[in-house]
Ligand binder design. Structure first.
Ligand code: ADP
Length: 366
């Protein structure tokens, strides 16, 4: 019986458990055995107890749970060939030649590399007498399928990553809470949200909460933004608004890539507008908590599709990543999606912000 491994890797996100549950149950449904790889790539490299067969009832109640119940880690050895060699050996010893990985672009890049090296790795294991020819014979090809788990919604080629909508929910409700106190005291608040190089969470949260101003990495404010921001907030105040909210992405910077910090924005509001202003960094609360409806739905459908992709793959099929586009669950070319994602970061670093926005598929009109 075919053995399919499932793993969560990189930063955790709500919905990862739903993905694991779907993969486990769909694998069993399709007559395969399911194995959870605990602690991300660490589990593959170490093997032993970190690779565990999962039965149907082992994932009961997982759908709504936040974080990842099989653990995740950043694993340095997997970035080295010797680490991947150990991983290959552990997989063959357990009879696993298909892996479904839910993680960010780093994890998925590592997975694709592992797959491309696989024939060389198993040959080396035989040459060094770690394994015999008979042992490797049934496992000539490694099958990899990617699922994108990230709160940042930073992967190109998919409309939503598993976890981004749960995170957005939490950010919106935190901003709502801050609104109440801000309005009571007529305060200003600068709220920093996560997202690394991606401004999706900040932009969506600012629209959903009616914030006064937002900073995102893809579209830095123009020179003179300090006065522009203050003018806008002053105008809103003159119309009777009792609170001022500025949302800032953690990766925000100006046109010269100089970081814009929440404290700097706070000082501007305090000094130029005489507003009693506080900074709130939402931090890890954004990652935690239950998965929202959307992430339960998305992780379930994508987990099922990932198992289908494993069962239909041939050695020639380029490594797929499961995406969602215009509400349809699809398979895309993993490395193309990763390359497109990297090109956004490259455009930002080259200060070509129009290109960055275009690559993010956002139309911007002043
Ligand atoms: P994310 O998947 O969220 O982008 P990371 O970039 O930290 O997170 O990657 C998570 C783990 O995936 C790393 O700790 C490492 O084990 C593995 N990994 C990432 N990039 C590579 C790579 N280029 N080659 C091999 N393994 C990688």
């Amino acid at each position: 019986r075919r053995r399919i491994g499932v793993m969560t890797s990189g930063g955790d996100s709500p919905g990862m458990n739903g993905a694991v549950r779907a993969v486990v149950r769909m694998s069993i449904h399709m007559g395969c055995e399911a194995y959870a790889i605990y602690e991300g790539y660490e589990g593959l490299v170490q093997g032993g107890d970190l690779i565990k067969e999962m039965k149907w009832e082992d994932v009961r109640g997982w759908l709504s749970r936040g974080g990842t119940l099989i653990g995740t880690a950043r694993c340095m050895p997997f970035k080295e060939r010797w680490g991947r060699l150990k991983a290959a050996k552990n997989m063959i010893l357990r009879g696993i030649d298909a892996l479904i990985i839910c993680g960010g672009d780093g994890s998925l890049t590592g997975a694709d590399l592992f797959r491309s090296e696989w024939p060389g790795l198993i040959k080396e294991l035989v040459d060094t007498k770690e394994l015999t020819q008979e042992q490797i014979e049934p496992y000539k090809h490694l099958n990899i399928v990617g699922l994108v788990g990230s709160i940042d919604n930073d992967m190109s080629g998919t409309d939503a990553t598993i976890g981004c909508y749960s995170s957005l929910e939490r950010i919106c409700s935190a901003v709502d809470d801050v609104f109440d106190t801000a309005a009571s005291h007529q305060r200003g608040f600068v709220i920093e949200v996560m997202g690394r190089h991606c401004g999706w969470l900040a932009l969506m949260a600012s629209i959903a909460t009616g914030a006064d101003f937002v900073f995102i990495p893809e579209k830095p404010p123009r020179v003179g933004w300090e006065d522009q921001m203050c003018d806008i907030i002053k105008k809103h105040r003159s119309r009777g608004k009792r609170r001022s909210i500025v949302i800032i992405a953690e990766g925000a910077h100006d046109e010269n890539l100089k970081k814009i910090t929440a404290n700097h924005v706070k000082d501007l509001l305090s000094n130029k507008l005489n507003l009693d202003t506080r900074v709130t960094v939402l931090g890890h609360t954004q990652r935690g908590g239950q998965a929202c409806f959307y992430d339960r739905w998305l992780s379930t459908l994508q987990g099922v599709e990932a198992v289908n992709a494993v069962l239909e793959a041939t050695p020639e099929t380029p490594t797929p990543v499961i995406t969602i586009r215009e509400n349809k669950i699809e398979r895309s070319n993993l490395m193309e999606a990763v390359a497109l994602t990297k090109s956004v970061t490259a455009a930002i670093e080259a200060r070509d912000f129009d290109k960055a926005m275009q690559l993010r598929d956002v139309e911007f009109k002043e």
